[in-house]
Ligand binder design. Sequence first.
Ligand code: NAD
Length: 353
Amino acid sequence: MKIAVLPGDGIGPEIVAQAVNVLQRLAQDGLKVEMEQAPIGGAGYDAAGDPLPESTLALAKASDAVLLGAVGGPQYDTLPRDKRPERGLLRIRKEMNLFANLRPALLYPELASASTLRPEVVAGLDLMIVRELTGDVYFGQPRGIEVRGGERVGFNTMLYAESEVRRVAHVAFGIAMKRGKKLCSVEKANVLECSELWKEVMIEVAKGYPEVALSHMYVDNAAMQLVRNPKQFDVIVTGNLFGDILSDEASMLTGSIGMLASASLDANNKGLYEPIHGSAPDIAGKNVANPLATILSVAMMLRYTLNQEAVAQRIERAVKKVLVQGLRTADIYTDGTQKVSCSEMGDAVVAAL
Ligand code: NAD
């Protein structure tokens, strides 16, 4: 199995190095992986004048899975828009046709006090948001800013083809089958035609998954329910715009951005795996970042693309073990625990493996 490793910028290289160590440790036990590194984001711009160099895209397409750190940094913020690091990320998702974004929000009981919500509301939280990633108002045409009636108007188009809804529905139902068999489709069908179609297609696809209980919720209610009683959810499926907002909200339920992994999949379960956080320029180069989100992204890679469920669980158990041991990077540190660096945390996970 070939993995393209794209560390990116800021803390990217530090956290990805720890994830690579984990993969190398698993390789000692017989996991057959081959890794190759390439630049993306600001590093891609520095190396080849392009946030997604041709050679990086070719490597990603030729690999079974992609492991990405993070992109971006203040030194790149003044570049022309198409040269900015974030553009490299949007392009690789589009080029690889990664239409389904999986964002688990899982709260380890050891970290319940890190959430801003009361522990009894969030302890034991384990939900998965499936966000459609390549359609919706972010890509719909027409879009623009133009002068109408003597003033500027800005406009975008919320648009979903039924085939786009159907394919992400299948991914979400498939995941629900592997979890608690509960799927909540989130839209705004009371006011948006685009959502009306979304809901109709979800109901059609549900017929092929009689074991999954499908429910529907308007996005404004979903935003409220996520903080009121987040444990009512198992899997949520939603469009690109609503998913963007709700998945960030869900991540904060867990209290630490440094703990959360993500996957973006295509129709054949080939995928790009990355922590949900950014490049954290404020702590880059200091060896203090939390590498666990990236390590848990490797677990997702093993589960969803490489079909190695047992190895995925082995990584998750190792992460749990270091938390039980009381090891914490600065972002999740509380009194009475032991503060460790990024590389010490990575070493501890390898030792726990
Ligand atoms: P960020 O996620 O990089 O950082 C937000 C805060 O969380 C910072 O205080 C940071 O120190 C902290 N943090 C993030 N990851 C951490 C980790 N693993 N361990 C400990 N602390 C961590 O978001 P931002 O500051 O808004 O953005 C910084 C840069 O990252 C920008 O250039 C932005 O465009 C980019 N970004 C990239 C991605 C991506 O690559 N997927 C996502 C979001 C932002």
